[in-house]
Design a protein around this ligand. Structure first.
Ligand code: SPD
Length: 392
């Protein structure tokens, strides 16, 4: 879905559009008194106004919500939700910087959010209408705090890591002593070559993948030193011949079906692949491990575009998603970590006790966050990524 042209456009447009978007100011505040068209009573914790038009346009990552959560919101509040999906930050960013997305809620990762805030694409949240913010786990909140100080523009939806997703039996058959808890699975040519035939995928998220290579090489995360980028490119180019594809959504189904055996993927996605395989009873035993070298931790954030047409409905939906029962239902379904402390006791214990999804303090201490990069660095990274994807 993402394109390199999109990435370049995003960087260039950030500067050009910052002033004009900021000048456009806040969203249309076409609010109506509390209540809903379908005549349902508002939930007790309803944080106030809805918009005159009972519609909400949501743009979220694919495979990132329990199937019953949106219908339950529609029923409870009488608001019709139009729900679209994407699978890369670059795609979302290109739309946001062009403006007039038509979306009322979007879900950028925190490192992208920081740049987008500077470009003026979001409106400030009215926290008085998000009382469930009180549930946010301070230990997680402090990690994304530098990217949106004071949670002025966004709240966390889920967080997770990128690591080793693998088919236990196929990997064992290909290499009995495979170092499954290490980035060597991808970045050591002597290891990765064993899995070429059973199929390897890697995420199409250059800002994150480059950090996984830095973690593997012992280079500080988010380094912008050209020599570090060159060292990482060398590692990536050496493993490229063994990779079947670079994509951030297709691997869930392919791991579940046994069409690939190894994915550098996101924690919850691999968890969902395992669930799908179990439900299909197809014999594929899928696991996710956070590499012992450390890993990248990401935070996906709920934010309201400055030009959203239904900002009141958006606030209502954000508060709804932060309700402990709703957050727990979502986390249990998508296998990503909620940062809602009040939801923890309600999450499926299989998910809550999975240390690949909710790592313990020792592992957490070795996780690094993606930070926004300079425009100059992004140009270099984008060119490198194009070379990597094409394998030339
Ligand atoms: N299927 C949902 C995956 C969501 C992953 N978010 C990506 C964060 C990238 N830094």
């Amino acid at each position: 879905m993402s394109t390199d042209r999109g990435r370049c456009a995003a960087v260039a447009l950030a500067v050009l559009l910052a002033a004009s978007l900021a000048a456009c100011g806040g969203a249309r505040q076409g609010s109506a008194p509390a209540g809903n068209a379908a005549g349902h009573a508002l939930h007790a914790a309803a944080p106030g106004l809805t918009d005159a038009e009972k519609v909400l346009n949501v743009y979220n990552w694919s495979d990132y919500i329990s199937p019953d959560v949106v219908p339950a919101f529609e029923k409870e509040y009488g608001i019709k939700v139009n729900y679209d999906v994407f699978d890369s930050n670059a795609v979302l960013q290109t739309k946001l910087l062009a403006g007039q997305t038509g979306y009322d809620i979007v879900v950028p990762s925190a490192n992208f959010l920081a740049l987008q805030i500077k470009a003026g694409v979001f409106q400030k949240l009215d926290k008085s209408r998000i009382p469930n913010l009180k549930n946010v786990d301070p230990d997680i909140a402090k990690r994304f705090a530098p990217l949106d100080p004071g949670m002025q523009y966004a709240v966390n939806y889920f967080w997770g890591t990128s690591g080793v997703g693998y088919n236990v039996d196929k990997i064992k058959a290909a290499m009995p002593a495979a170092p499954v808890d290490s980035f060597r699975m991808f970045y050591d040519p002597a290891v990765v070559r064993h899995f070429k035939d059973c199929g390897i995928s890697i995420l199409d998220e250059p800002e994150e993948i480059i950090n996984t290579v830095f973690v593997y090489l012992g280079i500080p995360a988010n380094s912008e030193r050209p020599e570090d980028l060159a060292a990482a490119e060398k590692v990536l180019m050496a493993m490229r011949p063994y990779v079947r594809y670079v994509n951030s959504s297709r691997y869930i189904e392919d791991l579940a079906n046994g069409d690939i055996c190894l994915a550098l993927g996101w924690s919850g996605d691999v968890g969902q692949a395992g669930l799908r395989a179990r439900e299909a009873r197809n014999g594929n035993n899928i696991k996710y491990l956070i590499p012992q070298e450390g890993a990248v931790m990401f935070f996906d954030m709920l934010a309201i575009p400055a030009d959203a047409l239904h900002p009141n409905n958006a606030h209502l939906f954000i508060n709804y998603l932060l309700r402990p029962d709703v957050s727990a239902k979502n986390s249990s379904a998508v296998h990503f970590a909620s940062s809602n402390a009040a939801a923890y006791p309600l999450i499926d214990p299989v998910v809550l006790n999975d240390r690949g999804i909710f790592p313990g303090p020792e592992t957490k201490a070795h996780l690094v966050a993606n930070l926004p990069r300079s425009q100059a660095y992004m140009r270099l990274l984008t060119r490198m990524w194009t070379r990597f994807k094409s394998g030339r």
